[in-house]
Ligand binder design. Structure first.
Ligand SMILES: CC(C)(COP(=O)(O)OP(=O)(O)OC[C@H]1O[C@@H](n2cnc3c(N)ncnc32)[C@H](O)[C@@H]1OP(=O)(O)O)[C@@H](O)C(=O)NCCC(=O)NCCS
Length: 177
């Protein structure tokens, strides 16, 4: 049985007024920054390597988080490829006065381990043990395929529009490349 400390990590942060947006709720960018740090720490500790963020999947802010609430990021390695890892992060938010806890967000980060020369390098294989770990592993494999398929579809779109004919003075033709 793997030691959960090897592939799981949690971090709690109190939401302070400096994190608020114009409406007084917590700014989405603050949460993204914490999510990236948590994903980095979870993946880098597991791999024993420096890691970089390749992609972020399904970050959706379904419920606003208020200043004064305690946000806990529960991260876990869901899947390892050769050099990449998927980190799943569940975000729970607690009103520290009423102790009511809400599940505010879940998302998935794909991280790639790098060696000293900055090249992708192998990570220790994660072997799911429990039913939940096995379910997460399967789901991560499907998300990985989706990511590769999406990349191929985006490339096909770019290739297709390269064949379109535009007027020389059409400024839109040179944007968003
Ligand atoms: C991450 C990075 C090193 C990958 O480089 P690369 O040339 O694509 O490397 P590889 O082709 O060897 O792929 C590395 C891994 O990423 C995976 N990968 C690459 N493109 C992918 C895609 N579109 N979808 C899913 N996985 C992908 C590969 O499958 C591989 O994983 P595996 O070894 O487990 O199979 C490179 O893209 C990079 O440096 N990106 C910038 C990272 C960064 O700065 N992040 C912070 C952004 S603010």
């Amino acid at each position: 049985m793997q030691d959960p400390r090897e592939h799981q990590l949690s971090m709690s942060v109190l939401m302070t007024p400096d994190m608020a947006n114009f409406t007084g709720k917590v700014h989405g960018g603050e949460l993204l920054s914490y999510l990236d740090k948590v994903a980095y720490a979870c993946a880098s500790r597991y791999a024993g390597r420096y890691v970089v963020t390749l992609s972020v999947d399904r970050v959706m802010f379904r419920q606003a988080i208020k200043v004064g609430e305690l946000v806990t990021f529960l991260a876990s390695i869901n899947y390892t490829g050769n050099t990449s890892l998927e980190v799943g992060i569940k975000v729970v938010t607690e009103d520290i006065h009423t102790r009511v806890v809400r599940h505010t967000n879940s998302c998935y980060f794909t991280m790639v381990a790098l060696d000293e020369s900055g090249k992708p390098t192998r990570v220790p294989a994660f072997k799911p043990q429990t039913v939940v770990e096995k379910q997460r592993f399967e789901a991560a494999m499907l998300r990985r395929k989706l990511l590769h398929d999406q990349e191929a579809a985006h490339e096909a779109i770019k290739e297709k529009v390269r064949g379109f004919q535009f007027e020389e003075n059409d400024s839109n033709a040179t944007e968003n490349k």
